[in-house]
Design a protein around this ligand. Structure first.
Ligand code: ZN
Length: 443
């Protein structure tokens, strides 16, 4: 690949705009739909019959928060080339009856944690609210996206004078410490009215909501030589965006290219639209059936398929370098991270790792390796969970980043291009196997 400065700058501009416009998984899916439709992809509905044509591209969503896009080859296909990431990020979710009136002077909002967030970064910064509301319609219910696009809320810290030990470690109580200030006494009973106004409906038309707090600080490029990017939700929308860019740039290959984005990774993937659901399996089945193929051909196709589970990875931390494995040291801007774990929290094994390295080499993109320290358990991701539904040769990878699960994360300014280019090569290729551990690449 060519390493022109403008390519990296342009990718970061596009990525940061995508992140700014995707405060929740619902918005990320909406933005991907626009990009796919602009590229000529046709929408499918799970509740309608699918008629698929060779050489065409399609997409389908579930719960408006997970999305699978695919392109059918012109010839009969060998298998599926899947790259999967997740649309959600840790956040604070607003509960029903959210308003709490304090001392007859303040209105604050009742929230609960979504996923394993770092609490401290959410304090003392402008926040707002986004998500979806479900409203009554003449013949049922319908969802509306909302994003209150202004600085609206703040979760104030306690002054150090009132907790002299604040810098010696603090245990955050989500029910007490994390509730955002919404307004003064005049704000009382205003929250749902404001949300209704944003959704263009009357307050009593709203039957239910999925609303989250989000950080208002926009993404940026920083460092002496603009080496880094910092933004909310890099985990995992950086991988998701790179996958989509590569998917849209790919030439149709001998296999079905599948760009897969699943919600709820941060809470265990156990929902109807998560990695532990039938969503991916159902879509692959329907692609197979629409091509006039049976169960035997489906299983043969799976043996001739490959999945890249793309979810961000930990870079070496400049202030805490000893937190990482002593011999496998991933750094930002040094390429895609391949993740390994002996107990298979990551799906990578010697075969899938080798196949992915061959793809990176074909793309001319650097790669590096991540292991957890042997004395820390580390995190998990969607690769092995998805394999319990659709078992196929899978590698776990990610882009190196710092401050994972903060509401403002840091990553390398070069790495998004690296993954997009690798994704382009991957989606243009077929990785054909017969289940005997040998793979033949058709580039
Ligand atoms: Zn992640």
């Amino acid at each position: 690949m060519t390493e022109k400065k403008e390519i990296f700058e342009e990718m970061n501009r596009e990525l940061l705009a995508f992140l700014d416009n995707s405060p929740t998984s619902f918005h990320a899916v909406e933005n991907m739909k626009s990009m796919l439709e602009e590229a000529g992809f046709q929408r499918l509905l799970e509740g309608k019959r699918w008629k698929l044509k060779r050489g065409e591209g399609y997409y389908v969503t579930r719960n408006d928060s997970s999305l699978i896009a695919f392109r059918i080859p012109k010839e009969d296909f060998a298998g599926f080339q899947i790259m999967a990431g997740h649309s959600d990020s840790p956040a604070l979710k607003i509960k029903d009856n959210a308003e709490i009136f304090v001392e007859k002077k303040y209105v604050k909002l009742n929230v609960e944690k979504y996923g394993g967030l770092l609490c401290a970064p959410w304090l003392d910064r402008p926040l707002s609210v986004a998500g979806r509301v479900v409203v009554r319609t003449p013949d049922g219910v319908a969802s509306r996206l909302v994003n209150v696009d202004r600085d609206l809320l703040i979760i104030p810290n306690l002054a150090i004078h009132m907790n002299r030990k604040a810098n010696e470690g603090y245990e955050f109580n989500a029910q007490k410490d994390m509730l955002p200030l919404f307004g003064g006494e005049d704000a009382k009973d205003g929250f749902i009215k404001m949300i209704a106004g944003e959704a263009g409906v009357e307050p009593d038309e709203i039957l239910d909501t999925d609303l989250f707090l989000y950080n208002r600080m926009k993404g940026t490029v920083l460092g002496m030589n603009r080496e880094f990017i910092a933004a909310p939700r890099l985990d995992d929308l950086q991988c998701v965006f790179a996958s989509l860019k590569g998917f849209l740039a790919a030439e149709p290959g001998a296999s079905v290219a599948v760009h897969c984005v699943l919600d709820n990774e941060e809470v265990g993937s156990g929902t109807k639209q998560g990695a532990d659901s039938t969503f991916l399996r159902d879509v692959l089945h329907r692609i197979n059936s629409a091509a006039g193929r049976g169960q035997e051909e489906y299983l043969m196709a799976l043996a001739s398929s490959f999945m890249v589970s793309a979810d961000n990875a930990h870079s070496i931390h400049p202030n805490q370098p000893d937190k990482a494995d002593p011999t496998n040291r991933p750094y930002m801007n040094e390429g895609i991270v391949i993740k390994y774990s002996a107990n298979q929290k990551y799906t990578t094994d010697a075969v899938s790792g080798a196949v992915f390295k061959a793809v990176c080499e074909k793309a001319g993109v650097p790669y590096q390796v991540f292991f957890n320290r042997s004395d820390v358990p580390g995190g998990s991701t969607l690769g092995n969970i998805s394999n319990s539904q659709v078992a196929l040769n899978t590698v776990d990878i990610g882009l190196p980043q710092l401050a994972m699960h903060s509401c403002y994360e840091t990553a390398g300014a070069r790495d998004t291009v690296y993954l997009a280019e690798t994704a382009r090569v991957f989606y243009s290729s077929a990785i054909c196997g017969e289940g005997n551990g040998e793979y033949r690449m058709i580039w």
